[in-house]
Design a protein around this ligand. Sequence first.
Ligand SMILES: Cc1cc2nc3c(=O)[nH]c(=O)nc-3n(C[C@H](O)[C@H](O)[C@H](O)COP(=O)(O)O)c2cc1C
Length: 170
Amino acid sequence: MKTIIIQGSARSTGNTDKIAQLLKKQLKADRIDLCLKNIHPYSYEHHHSEDDLLPLMRTIVEYDLIILLTPVYWYTMSGLMKNFLDRITDCLKVEKETGRKLRGKSLATVACGSEPQAIEGFFTPFVLSAEYLGMTYLGSLHTYVRQALPDKANIKSILAFTEKLNKENS
Ligand SMILES: Cc1cc2nc3c(=O)[nH]c(=O)nc-3n(C[C@H](O)[C@H](O)[C@H](O)COP(=O)(O)O)c2cc1C
C-alpha cells in the first residue's frame, strides 16, 4: 500500500514538518512539500495548466493513501493547501483521466496547530471533498507543536492514528 503525505506549510522545516517526519516513519510514506512547488491559484480559464500541478497530480494518483497535512492558519487550512485543493479542479476539467484515478483512493487529513484542541468543523472540507472525488475518507487527526517538539500525548495520538491507517490499508 503506497502512501504519500502532502505537506502544506509555508515553511519546509517548521512544526508541520516535525509531524510529517513522524508520519513518514510510521507509515513508510513519501512526502511532497507544496512549499517547494510552483502552483498558481485556480483560474477559470486554466491559465496555469503549465505549472507544477498536473505533473504533481500524475504522481499523487499512483499512491493508494493520500494524507493531506496542513498547519492551522487562522482557524483553517493553510493557503497553500487550499490553493492545492482548488487546483484539483483542473483534474476534473482539464485532465479528467488523472482526476478519475482519484476515485477509490483513500484520503486522511492531519492538522498541526499550536493549541491542543481541534477547531470545530476544521476537517469538514476534507471529508466532503473526499466524498465529492469518490475517495474513501479514513480519518482526521489534530496535532500541535509547542516549544519546538510535539509532546508525549501528541506523539501517542499520532502513533494511534498511524496504526489505524496501517491496519485499514493492510
Ligand atoms: C499565519 C498563521 C496563522 C495561525 N493561526 C493559528 C490559528 O488560528 N490557530 C492555532 O492554533 N494556531 C495558529 N497558528 C500557529 C500555527 O498553527 C502553529 O504554530 C503551527 O504549528 C505552525 O506550523 P508551521 O511551522 O509548519 O507553519 C498560526 C500561525 C501562522 C503563521
